[in-house]
Design a protein around this ligand. Structure first.
Ligand SMILES: Nc1ncnc2c1ncn2[C@@H]1O[C@H](COP(=O)(O)OP(=O)(O)OP(=O)(O)O)[C@@H](O)[C@H]1O
Length: 582
C-alpha cells in the first residue's frame, strides 16, 4: 500500500478535491460520485461569502424541496441564516425560474402564483365527454423548436387516465388541445406550474425585448448560480441555463450523471455532458465516497457504464459483505417471504442488520415501485378524489405516519371540504380561504378533525363521506349543492401491514438520503440478467438500482427471487464483490 492509499492519504486526496471544488471559479462543472459530499461542497462554497451586506448574492438551486431544506439547515447550523436571504437565493429550479424569469413579466392582477402541480387546484379539462383532471396530463416541452413546442407526454399518462381516454369519443389530439386550453384559462386566472414557468422563461429569454428587461437585474443580483443534481435537468432546463450562461451569468453545475433517474421526465444526462463541455474544459471531479464502505463502492461499480474502477471509500473500512436474500415474492401486495425460513423478508433483513450491530431505525428498505414495498399504503399519484381521501383517512389514523404524509393528507381533506362548501368557485385553497375569511390554520385543523371522524374506507364509502360532509360545521357563507362537490366512486383501499420499525421508500424519494443498511428489493424475474448485461447509459432502471445501493453506509442487501439468487451471487463474485447468502 502506498502512502497515498492509506486511510489518511485517501481522506487527504478527497478533501483536496472538495477544496478545489469549493474554490473553483465559475463557470464550473463538478462531476461527483455518490457520497462525494456535493451538498457539503455547495454549502461550504456558500459559507465562504462574507457576512457583511453584499450587493451581489449566490443562488443555490436544487430539484427538490428536501435538498433545498438540507442546504438551508446547514447554513443555519453554521450560524449563517443571512445566507438564506436576499441578495442570496436558496430554492428549487421551479421557484428560481418563476421568481426571476417569469413573475417579473406577469400582470400584477390576478396575483400570479406558482403551483407545485395542477393537482393543487380543482381543474378538470373543459368541454369533453368525461371528467379528467388537468394534472393527469403530464406535459413535455421541446426546446429545440423555436416556438417551444408543448405536448402531452402520452407515455407518462397513468393507467386510470388511459382507461378513461380509451373510453372517450374524443381523440388524443382533441384531449391535448382541450388540456392546453384549460391550462391557458388557469394561467389567465394567475395560476402556473413549473412546466409553464419553463415555457415562459424560454420564450422570454429568446425574445431580445423581454430578455433585455429580465437579464440586467438577474446579472446584477447574482455573482454565481449553483445547480445541484444537475443530472436531473431536462432539455428545457439546459436550454434555459445555456441562455443564461451565454448572457454572462456565472454557473456552477454539480451532479452525478450515473444517478440520472428522471429520463422519463425529460432529464438528459448526455445533454448535460455536452453543456458542461461548453461551460468549462476543466471539470473539477469528486471521486471520494465519504458515505459507503469499500464493498458497497465495489457493488455500485457493477452497475456503471464502462469499466470504471470502484470509487474510493474515504471513511469506512468495514468489510460487511453484500447480503443476498433469496425471496418468495408475493404476486400482489407486499407479503414477501424469505425463501428458506418463510419469515417476512423485512424482518429477516432487520435481523441480519442487527447481527452487524445496526438497529432497525438505521435500516432502509427500497424498491423501484411503491407496490413492492411494505409500509402505509402510498398515495396513488393522479388518482380520483375518493381514493385520495381514503388514503388521507388511513394516514390520519396511522401511528407513525410521517409529517410529510400528514401534511399531504390534510391538504387533500382541505380541498375536498372546500370543493363541497364552495362548489362553484375555482382556485387554490389559499385563495378560497382568503376570499371567505377562513384562516388557513383553522381549515387545516378542521380538515384533520374531519379525516379523523371518517369511518374506515370501504366500497360504499362515498355515501359515508357525503353524510359526514353534510353534518360537518360549515363556514357561514358556504353554499353546498345537492350534487356538485360530492365525491363519487369506489375508493381503492390500501392494505394494512405489520409495523417492522424499518423505514421504507421508493428509490426516487431517496435522492441524497443515506442509511447504515439498505435492502433493495428486485421482485421481477430477469433482473439479474438485466444487471449483468444491461447498459446503464441506456437503461434507467440500472441507474435507479445504482442510486438505491449507494444510499448504504455499511450493509447492502439484495432481495431477489429464489430462482435467481444463485445467478446473483455468481455475478457479484465475478466482480469480486464479497457476498453472503442468508
Ligand atoms: N469532508 C467531509 N468530511 C466528513 N464527512 C463528509 C465530508 N464530505 C461529505 N461527508 C459526509 O459524507 C456523506 C455524503 O455526503 P453528501 O450527502 O453531501 O453526498 P452527496 O455527494 O450529496 O451524495 P449523493 O449524491 O450520493 O446523495 C454525508 O454523511 C456527509 O456528511
Amino acid at each position: 500500500m502506498t502512502p497515498d492509499e492509506t486511510a489518511e492519504g485517501l481522506r487527504f486526496t478527497a478533501r483536496t478535491q472538495q477544496q478545489l471544488a469549493v474554490q473553483a471559479l465559475a463557470p464550473a462543472y463538478v462531476p461527483a460520485c455518490p457520497g462525494a459530499g456535493k451538498t457539503h461542497v455547495i454549502t461550504l462554497r456558500h459559507l465562504q461569502s462574507p457576512s457583511r451586506l453584499l450587493r451581489q448574492g449566490r443562488a443555490l438551486i436544487s430539484f427538490t424541496r428536501v435538498a433545498r431544506d438540507q442546504m438551508a439547515q446547514r447554513c443555519r447550523q453554521a450560524g449563517r441564516s443571512d445566507l438564506l436571504h436576499a441578495p442570496h437565493f436558496v430554492g428549487t429550479l421551479d421557484s428560481f425560474l418563476w421568481e426571476f424569469l417569469v413573475k417579473p413579466l406577469r400582470p400584477k392582477q390576478p396575483i400570479p402564483r406558482l403551483l407545485e402541480s395542477w393537482a393543487n387546484v380543482k381543474a378538470p379539462v373543459q368541454g369533453m365527454d368525461r371528467e379528467i383532471s388537468l394534472h393527469r396530463f403530464p406535459m413535455v416541452l421541446d426546446p429545440s423548436s423555436t416556438s417551444a413546442g408543448e405536448a402531452v407526454a402520452w407515455d407518462n399518462v397513468d393507467r386510470d387516465a388511459k382507461r378513461l381516454l380509451d373510453a372517450s369519443e374524443y381523440s388524443r389530439k382533441q384531449w391535448q388541445d382541450a388540456a392546453l386550453a384549460t391550462r391557458t384559462s388557469w394561467c389567465e386566472r394567475g395560476y402556473y406550474t413549473g412546466h409553464e414557468a419553463r415555457v415562459l422563461a424560454l420564450w422570454a429569454l429568446r425574445s431580445p425585448k423581454w430578455a433585455s428587461r429580465l437579464l440586467p437585474p438577474l446579472l446584477s443580483r447574482f455573482s454565481e448560480v449553483i445547480v445541484d443534481e444537475a443530472q436531473d435537468c431536462s432539455a428545457a432546463d439546459l436550454a434555459i441555463l445555456e441562455l443564461l450562461h451565454v448572457a454572462g451569468l456565472p454557473l456552477v453545475l454539480v451532479g452525478d450523471p450515473d444517478q440520472a433517474i428522471y429520463a422519463w421526465r425529460g432529464a438528459q444526462p448526455a445533454a448535460l455532458q455536452r453543456f458542461a463541455a461548453k461551460l468549462t474544459s476543466a471539470p473539477v471531479p469528486l471521486t471520494g465516497n465519504w458515505r459507503s464502505s469499500p464493498v458497497i463502492c465495489r457493488l455500485a461499480s457493477t452497475l456503471r457504464a464502462g469499466k470504471r474502477p470502484p470509487d474510493t471509500a474515504v471513511v469506512r473500512g468495514d468489510d460487511v459483505p453484500v447480503v443476498v436474500l433469496p425471496t418468495r415474492f408475493a404476486g400482489s401486495g407486499s407479503n414477501h417471504r424469505h425463501a428458506s425460513t418463510g419469515s417476512g423478508i423485512v424482518e429477516v433483513f432487520r435481523d441480519v442488520a442487527q447481527g452487524y450491530g445496526i438497529t432497525a431505525e438505521a435500516c432502509l428498505v427500497t424498491a423501484y415501485r411503491y407496490a413492492t414495498l411494505p409500509g402505509i399504503a402510498r398515495e396513488k399519484s393522479n388518482t380520483n378524489q375518493i381514493t385520495s381521501l381514503a388514503w388521507a383517512r388511513t394516514v390520519a389514523h396511522t401511528e407513525g405516519a410521517t409529517s410529510a404524509e400528514l401534511t399531504r393528507a390534510c391538504a387533500i381533506a382541505v380541498r375536498v371540504l372546500l370543493g363541497y362548501w364552495f362548489p362553484d368557485e375555482a382556485g387554490s385553497p389559499e385563495r378560497l380561504c382568503a376570499s371567505h375569511r377562513v384562516p388557513l390554520q383553522q381549515i387545516n385543523r378542521t380538515a384533520f378533525a374531519f379525516l379523523h371522524s371518517l369511518p374506515p374506507p370501504h366500497k360504499e364509502w362515498a355515501a359515508d363521506v357525503r353524510q359526514a360532509m353534510k353534518a360537518w360545521p360549515a363556514p357561514a357563507d358556504a353554499a353546498p349543492h345537492s350534487k356538485k362537490g360530492h365525491l363519487a366512486g369506489k375508493p381503492v383501499v390500501g392494505r394494512k401491514v405489520k409495523a417492522t420499525g424499518v423505514r421504507t421508500n421508493i428509490v426516487h424519494q431517496l435522492k441524497g438520503d443515506e442509511a447504515d443498511a439498505v435492502m433493495l428489493m428486485l421482485p421481477d424475474n430477469g433482473n439479474v440478467q438485466r444487471w449483468a448485461q444491461g447498459d446503464p447509459t441506456a437503461d434507467e432502471l440500472l441507474r435507479v438500482w445504482y442510486v438505491a445501493v449507494t444510499r448504504a453506509r455499511r450493509l447492502a442487501a439484495l432481495a431477489v427471487p429464489k430462482e435467481e439468487a444463485e445467478d446473483m451471487v455468481r455475478l457479484l463474485r465475478q466482480y469480486e464483490v464479497p457476498v453472503r447468502v442468508v
